[in-house]
Write a protein that binds this ligand. Sequence first.
Ligand SMILES: [Zn+2]
Length: 177
Amino acid sequence: MPRFEIDLNPLEHITVDAIGQPGNRVFYIQGWRETDPQAVTIIIEKVQLQSLSLGAEQILAELIKQKPDLTLPLVEVDPEKMRISPPVDPLFRAGEIGLGYDADRDLVVIMAREVVLDGGDPEEAAEVRFWCTRLQIQRLSEWSKDVINRGRPLCPQCGQPMEPEGHFCPKKNGHKH
Ligand SMILES: [Zn+2]
């Protein structure tokens, strides 16, 4: 039995982001349901994010091939809305990320399974499933590319971008760090 499983369905919002210095960034996937008091956040590897973004594009491309009447709107990605929301309090580090499409519900599911450490029982690995609409997955895929390519790190305290010369953190009463 997994130590816990969470299905975010319906999903109010989903995003990915990176925190830390360039070259040493930690990547996160974060989503929440309308009723959730706090977002569900999971640590992922950059390479997992890259394959997630690519996989989402492939699923959408495949859908258009299968349903020629289906059109994908041009999505506007608002960085303000896509930035990770503090507190960044990850439930686990993902060992596996999977993608699937549920034709009945017309939802793309992102499955994140907890990494199994040496001596750990794979059966107990926690699992979180983010059930995304086509629009959500389209936006996520676009935004993922920005995050992967972005050099400017985010402050782990307040989630705002940090300038190379330093950052006046509102969470630290404006002290530079
Ligand atoms: Zn800050």
